[in-house]
Design a protein around this ligand. Structure first.
Ligand code: GAL
Length: 413
């Protein structure tokens, strides 16, 4: 009897050990309702392939807290299998030699031919695939409550002046015209769109080329004036609010609109809301035809031979076209490959895919500064700092433009 028990236990332990051989530990910041629903699509997909999912969530939109947690793990010599990463952060880890090599699976599956070059610039380093891109988000969106828009005249704004007029009407109607969460990365997300509204050439000069004249000049002063104007439409309790709570205000009609990347759509969908019926998605007025993008990628860290099989399985699962469709429909983003049909996507998703293709052709596809695709972290943080201080009334627009040029120059080193 005892022997039988011991044998059974040993068998069970054996099974557990086997299961854990195909385990991935995944560090990410997808903790809001919409984000978690999308993550679940990935988790279930991997589980169906026999891969055990070990979750390591680190809350905090934009991923700053997650990146701090990651540094601690790498310093301790124990990196997770896969880590959500953005743009230049991926390149930084690659430069440090911390990332693995996905070339075997990438070559077998032909990733080079289907992943857009703008993404490959971050997914590859030194000829090696080091990360698996899961989506393309963009930051120059506005999410509007449909009933609140109807009460404000019903026409979605196409210019800055029209948007100010709609915001004024919403304010007069007694709601919080602009639902916003006062966190530096959220202000920076809005800033992406406002800079882009001065023209894609200006965005490129200021945010990508980091040209001191563009950073400090009259157009940048106007950008800060617009940021100050937007500040006048937020409620008294905006400070520190999480982005998904700002989305909830628009979902419930307490807020008129939110200026946020298309992960916000994930919240609307999770709440059962329909585009065109309950909410309206538009490009930030003045940015039509251009896109500030960011792509979530799973950086694959150098792990022991025992974990490599599961890591490659995960990378392959992520690039699967039907997974790309299923995941991005829920997440609010669009696929990271060019050959995924748009059938399953709602109107905002279809627009997102068309806008991305158009911007790519016209040369108006720009990396998001707020989400790590325009410049490395030091510069991004310098921008965050000036933008948030100005938004909180610590300096006027002329002083902010001067401070921005100075901070960026110092961060560039
Ligand atoms: C972005 C990320 C999105 C979304 C957002 C808010 O940086 O790319 O996937 O999660 O942060 O958390």
């Amino acid at each position: 009897m005892l022997r039988k028990f011991l044998l059974t236990t040993a068998a069970l332990v054996g099974i557990t050990a086997m299961a854990h051989a195909d385990e991935v530990e995944v560090l990410h910041w997808w903790t809001s309702g919409g984000e978690a629903a999308a993550l679940d699509v990935l988790k279930k997909d991997l589980e169906s392939k026999g891969v055990v999912w070990k979750d390591m969530p680190v809350a905090g939109g934009g991923g700053e807290a997650a990146m701090t947690a990651l540094r601690a793990r790498v310093t301790a010599g124990n990196p997770p299998t896969a880590v959500q990463g953005l743009g230049f952060d991926i390149t930084d880890w690659a430069k440090q030699g911390a990332l693995g090599d996905l070339n075997e699976v990438a070559a077998a599956e032909g990733w080079d031919k289907v992943v857009p070059t703008a993404l490959q610039n971050f997914s590859k380093y030194d000829g090696k695939w080091i990360a698996a891109p899961v989506n393309v988000h963009s930051t120059n969106w506005v999410w509007i409550n449909k009933a609140a828009l109807d009460a404000a005249g019903g026409k979605a704004p196409e210019t800055w002046e029209e948007m100010v007029a709609v915001l004024d009407k919403m304010k007069a109607n007694g709601i919080t015209a602009l639902a916003h969460g006062g966190q530096a990365w959220q202000e920076a997300t809005m800033f992406d769109a406002v800079v882009l509204s001065m023209g894609p050439d200006f965005y490129k000069a200021a945010m990508i080329d980091l040209d001191p004249a563009a950073l400090s000049g009259d157009k940048m002063v106007e950008v800060f004036n617009r940021m100050a104007k937007l500040r006048s439409y937020v409620d008294d309790n905006f400070s520190g609010r999480d982005w998904n709570l700002a989305s909830a205000m628009v979902i419930e009609g307490k807020g008129g609109m939110q200026m946020m990347g298309d992960w916000a759509k994930g919240e609307f969908l999770k709440a059962g809301k329909k585009p065109g019926v309950d909410f309206v998605c538009i490009r930030f007025p003045g940015t039509q035809g251009a896109v500030t993008f960011n792509s979530d990628q799973f950086m694959m860290f150098k792990v022991g031979a025992d974990q490599q099989k599961a890591q490659l399985l995960m990378a392959s699962a992520i690039e699967n076209p039907s997974f790309q469709s299923a995941f991005n429909v829920v997440k609010g983003s669009v696929p990271a490959r060019t050959d995924v049909p748009n059938d399953a996507f709602d109107d905002c998703g279809k627009k997102g895919m068309a806008d991305l293709a158009e911007a790519n052709t016209k040369g108006t596809l720009m990396g998001s500064m707020a989400h790590g695709h325009a410049a490395p972290a030091a510069v991004k943080n310098a921008v965050y700092d000036v933008v948030t201080r100005h938004f909180n009334g610590e300096m006027d627009s002329a002083a902010a433009a001067a401070a921005l040029a100075e901070a960026v120059a110092a961060a560039k080193g």
